[in-house]
Design a protein around this ligand. Structure first.
Ligand code: FE2
Length: 263
């Protein structure tokens, strides 16, 4: 049985973290990001939301006193397209890309034998309270991935407690290698059949702002419902290996197609 929550300081316990990762297919880091790395992003989001509020309400108090989360929820209730449009726009902030350019990410990639690292995605996730539409059931990070040597990083941009839908993750499950996903009419997204990973139970991982979970692409993980009043803010960075891409090296795209079923 592993420690439910063991956090490694990137600057102090890097090697220890890597050996934990090799055993369990994940590890939790502090200090890849500093809390304030996310502030310029929140500042821009606040700027955008405030300008939308100017068009809608006259109360200056609401603008001044309410949190950014409350403002977004308010605007989303007025028009659901706001959530979607804001989400799309956030992905284009230079600061969002910058999160994926952090040197420490590439130190991990090098250590884990990723020969030619490619920044596949650097994105921000915004999970609104009680919005279940985008929750992904337990899955491996195989859909749309071009390299069987991929790692990814999920970071908390604000504290994420269990009520906010902390990440569900199954330590050791990467040992099952890439599995064929399942689909069902009930689920919008593909998932891994529960029976297959009985040996590797899912555990919740609440995070403090600035903490990062590094995951092996085959580690089973899923998102949980945010039943709090706050937005769950996280960033996801995916790193592929261009030296391990069958479609590029052997012109064989079966790896990409095999796991791309739904969602
Ligand atoms: Fe995922």
């Amino acid at each position: 049985m592993i420690a439910r929550k063991k956090t490694f300081d990137f600057d102090v316990n890097f090697k220890e973290a890597m050996s934990f990762y090799r055993s369990f297919g994940f590890c939790v880091f502090r200090n890849i990001y500093k809390k304030n790395n996310f502030e310029p992003i929140f500042k821009k989001i606040e700027q955008i939301t405030n300008s939308q509020l100017d068009n809608l309400i006259t109360s200056k108090d609401f603008k001044k006193k309410q949190s950014i989360d409350k403002k977004i929820v308010f605007l989303q209730k007025k028009n659901d397209l706001f959530r979607k449009n804001l989400y799309d726009v956030m992905q284009g902030f230079p600061e969002t890309t910058n999160l994926g350019l952090n040197k420490k990410i590439y130190k991990v990639a090098k250590f884990l034998n990723i020969k030619v690292p490619i920044l596949r995605t650097s994105q921000i996730r915004m999970d609104l309270p009680k919005d279940r539409r985008f929750l992904i059931p337990p899955h491996q990070e195989v859909k749309g991935i071009r390299s069987p040597n991929m790692i990814f990083f999920i970071s908390a941009m604000r504290d994420i407690n269990n009520n906010m839908g902390s990440l569900n993750l199954s330590p050791g499950s990467f040992l099952l290698n890439s599995l064929m996903p399942k689909t069902s009419d009930k689920n919008k997204y593909q998932f891994v059949d529960k029976k297959i990973y009985k040996k590797y139970p899912l555990i919740f991982f609440p995070l403090l702002a600035g903490e990062t979970i590094l995951l092996n692409m085959n580690t089973i993980h899923g998102s949980r419902s945010n039943i709090s009043q706050k937005i769950r803010w996280s960033s996801i960075v995916r790193i592929e290996d261009a030296q391990s891409m069958p479609h590029l090296i052997k012109l064989d795209s079966s790896f990409i197609e095999k796991y791309d079923l739904k969602g």
